[in-house]
Design a protein around this ligand. Structure first.
Ligand code: ATP
Ligand code: PAF
Ligand code: BAL
Length: 282
């Protein structure tokens, strides 16, 4: 497994590997079983002859001024072991100063899908995500890229970016990997106190209850939102709801009579940890 931490080396890796299918998994590190599933999926897509590339980079551009950039967990040595064990061929772990020139003057700005859900609570977040993913796609020269559906809005926005900017990259969305009690795996779960950790699975339980209500005929978004909010207030008093939104899964707009594919997405703060999850209804 090649570990590369500067652009010059990455360019020569890409040149040497030209013509070999490259499947890319972008991450911010502090890797867990969810990331391992993405790397294994990338391995499957690449096949034995292809390359699996993983980036590990805590991107400063996607953090707000009062967010957790400086305390985001950085566990490179353990991360490299997880990448190796799950079949990665190349790890790109650059420094921020290598990726972003000090006098950088080009910005990315997504003007539609990032207005709601996480984008509404984290202004500029998805502009930062688009910027780093666009740069990483250019640098890694991948044919495919693998993203988790836990970050549902992120995947929708990257799909839009690939379409609008004509990136020649095929995107693959992977199901959310969960702890045995249903909590979506997340690097930020490690911020949770034992009491918060015990209550956090209530997010998944409330989304499942909303899905049951939907299957039983409840299609009013306000009623579904209220059901989730009430369950969270009852089962997770340490949680502070950021948002619970019922949206069209394709364009993230409010649902209408013709909406066939619905997503219910939620973000809940437990102390320092802002956790997200979602459920799709078809
Ligand atoms: N539980 C999971 N199951 C599947 N994919 C996941 C899971 N958690 C994260 N991913 C995916 O891994 C990729 C990298 O995400 P990231 O490094 O931010 O991990 P994270 O655990 O989501 O961290 P954070 O706590 O910052 O949200 C993204 O495509 C994300 O959707
Ligand atoms: C896609 C990503 C690696 C860009 O920094 C990040 O947003 C993440 O880890 O989901
Ligand atoms: N997985 C999303 C990265 C972030 O929260 O910044």
């Amino acid at each position: 497994m090649n570990v590369i931490n500067n652009i010059r080396q990455l360019r020569s890796w890409s040149t040497i590997n030209k013509g070999t299918r490259c499947v890319f998994v972008p991450t911010m590190g502090a890797l867990h079983e969810g990331h391992a599933a993405l790397i294994r999926a990338a391995r499957e897509i690449a096949g034995p002859a292809g390359n699996v590339a993983v980036s590990i980079f805590v991107n400063p551009l996607q953090f707000g001024p009062n967010e957790d950039f400086s305390k985001y967990p950085r566990t490179l040595i353990e991360d490299l072991g997880l990448c190796r064990d799950n079949g990665a061929d190349m790890i790109f772990a650059p420094k921020a100063e290598d990726l972003y020139p000090a006098d950088r003057s080009i910005v990315m700005h997504e003007t539609s899908l990032s207005k709601m859900l996480c984008g509404a609570s984290r202004p500029g977040h998805f502009d930062g995500v688009c910027m780093v993913v666009a740069k990483l796609f250019n640098l890694v020269q991948c044919d495919d890229a693998v993203f988790g559906k836990k970050d549902f809005q992120q995947l929708a926005i990257i799909r839009r970016m690939v379409r609008d900017l004509d990136f020649n990259v095929v995107l693959h969305g992977i199901e959310t990997v969960r702890e045995s009690d249903g909590l979506a795996m997340s690097s930020r779960n490690r911020y949770l106190t034992p009491e918060e950790r015990a209550q956090a699975p209530a997010i998944r339980a409330a989304l499942l209850a909303a899905r049951d209500a939907w299957k039983a005929g409840e299609s009013n978004p306000a009623a579904l939102q209220q059901l989730i909010t009430r369950q969270l207030e009852a089962k997770a008093p340490l949680g502070r709801i950021d948002y619970v939104t019922v949206a069209d899964a394709v364009n993230l707009q409010p649902i209408s009579a013709g909406t066939e594919h619905v997503v219910i997405a939620a973000a809940v703060f437990f102390g320092a940890a802002r956790l997200i999850d979602n459920i799709e209804l078809k």
